[in-house]
Design a protein around this ligand. Structure first.
Ligand code: PLP
Length: 307
């Protein structure tokens, strides 16, 4: 890996069969992926030169593509080769790696209908990104329950990763207006769903709970469930009411881009001593220790940069 910055060091991308430095990556402005948010995606993390839960991310990506009836030419093995090569071309040890499948557009002369569009794969690797700044990691995130509700799952299935983010974005402005870091969205029954780019867990009297429906089935969420079971911490996947969220001892935010992140305030109420709590610390430390020891790790094929 080169020490001198090159156009590749800022990141590497792949679009529809071609690799390029991230600064050159662009999609056509008329693509329905852009004009209609008719696109699905997934994001996998690389730490210390290894992907985390790579097969599961690609499996979930394929399931999301099936939900939205998207089909790129690449099979799963080819997608994995593309991801390895993006990381290798950028020479990154710690990376945020995205894979997208865009609708494209119907070729000239074909009906103006998504069924006739030629779908294609785009992917990129960037230097590692965390959702939460170091000072927020230190003090814990300040959360608000948004007035905006999550788009109903019967309209857009949140288990298929998508960019129908108008609800989450509107919620983020509510959070910003109220001086908080992140919003949490409820469903129409007043149950907790998720936030902009993360799942969550409540901790009440030592018991963890995470919503069972209306959310992306996050792989970090799965990792926390696995870890909690290993550590004999009670963990339940079930409806979580807004009252339970507002009264929780701790709230954990979990996502690929950041891992396990703490919260210290909810709707202005201070949890614990206004700092990350003890269950957060145990799970956070165990998560990164296990990651360092190779948990669900797939080493990046750096030689693929030359292939
Ligand atoms: N929920 C939403 C809406 C997300 O966008 C994400 C990740 O981007 C997550 C949850 C967390 O999923 P994962 O842990 O698989 O990254």
């Amino acid at each position: 890996m080169s020490e001198t910055p090159t156009p590749w060091s800022a990141g590497a991308a792949y679009i529809d069969g071609r690799f390029m430095p991230i600064g050159e990556a662009a999609i056509p402005i008329t693509d329905w992926g852009y004009r209609r948010s008719d696109v699905t995606y997934d994001v996998v993390g690389v730490r210390d030169g290894a992907f985390f839960r790579l097969d599961e991310h690609v499996r979930r990506f394929r399931a999301s593509m099936e939900t939205f009836r998207l089909k790129p030419p690449e099979d799963d093995a080819a997608i994995k080769r593309v991801l390895h090569r993006c990381v290798a071309l950028a020479g990154l040890r710690d990376a945020y790696v995205a894979m997208d499948c865009l609708r494209g557009r119907p070729p000239a002369g074909q009906p103006y209908h998504p069924a006739y569009a030629r779908n294609y794969l785009a992917a990129f690797a960037l230097p590692w990104i965390s959702l939460v700044r170091p000072e927020v990691m230190e003090r814990g995130a300040h959360l608000v329950v948004a007035e905006t509700l999550r788009i109903p799952a019967r309209s857009v299935d949140p288990r298929a990763k998508n960019f129908h983010w108008a609800d989450l974005t509107r919620g983020q402005f509510e959070a910003h207006d109220r001086g908080a870091d992140f919003c949490i969205l409820l469903d129409e029954d007043g149950n907790v769903t998720e936030g902009p780019g993360f799942n969550l867990f409540t901790v009440t009297e030592g018991c963890l709970a995470t919503p069972d429906a209306g959310v992306l089935e996050g792989l970090t969420r799965q990792s926390v469930i696995d870890l909690a079971r290993e550590m004999d911490l009670p963990v339940a996947v079930r409806p979580v009411s807004v009252a339970e969220l507002r009264d929780a001892d701790e709230i954990l935010l979990v996502t690929t881009a950041g891992g396990i992140m703490p919260a210290s305030r909810i709707d202005g109420r201070i949890m614990g001593n206004d700092r990350p709590g003890p269950v957060f610390r145990r799970l956070h430390d165990a998560f990164w220790e296990k990651r360092a020891a190779g948990w669900h790790a797939t080493p990046v094929d750096y030689a693929s940069a030359h292939g």
